[in-house]
Ligand binder design. Sequence first.
Ligand SMILES: CC(C)(COP(=O)(O)OP(=O)(O)OC[C@H]1O[C@@H](n2cnc3c(N)ncnc32)[C@H](O)[C@@H]1OP(=O)(O)O)[C@@H](O)C(=O)NCCC(=O)NCCS
Length: 176
Amino acid sequence: MQSKFLAVGGQKFTIRPLLEEDLPALEWDGEYLHFRLLYRGHYQNSKWGNTRIWVAEAEDGEIVGQVFLMLLSRNEETADGVNRAYIFSFRVKEKVRNIGLGGFMMDFVEDWARELGFTHLRLNVERVNLDARRFYERHGFVVYGSDPGVWEFRDHEGVWHQRVEPAWKMIKTIQK
Ligand SMILES: CC(C)(COP(=O)(O)OP(=O)(O)OC[C@H]1O[C@@H](n2cnc3c(N)ncnc32)[C@H](O)[C@@H]1OP(=O)(O)O)[C@@H](O)C(=O)NCCC(=O)NCCS
């Protein structure tokens, strides 16, 4: 499933599933190199269907946005495979922010999840990320709790890192 977004300024974007050959583009010229293994792992999960990943592709083929949706998690408060799905790793490149692309991607994911019968969308937003929180609130999400935000990942060289990113837990009801 894919969709087209036409910005007011005339720029066109295609929202489509991530392909394996897109994985290097998610590193954003090195800024997210450390997430290489993480993204590959999520890509593998997307092949089994537990996670869905979409990218926004500009007319010249550049990947300028991404959104991940976990359908089933070990933690059912996050995603239970039936009612709750979890949005994460949602990003739009700075040069194309504030033209409605992120909002369009959010609507796209919401429609997709609703179509599958999910009733709630969940996400975590870092407490320091006030802009993103406002964006999500505009899109109908409400804060219902807090999360200490302790998590680990293995970087592209196999080194483990621990991050502490205190976050708000947000939720939105999407049933018809
Ligand atoms: C959060 C994020 C994905 C939003 O993407 P975006 O493409 O800028 O989103 P939109 O353009 O739809 O909306 C952004 C703002 O532009 C405004 N906007 C929307 N459509 C617009 C348009 N056609 N013209 C001008 N402004 C517009 C919205 O009012 C919105 O304002 P708000 O932030 O006060 O709610 C993006 O800012 C981002 O990647 N941030 C960095 C990564 C991040 O924090 N991700 C979230 C992690 S939890």
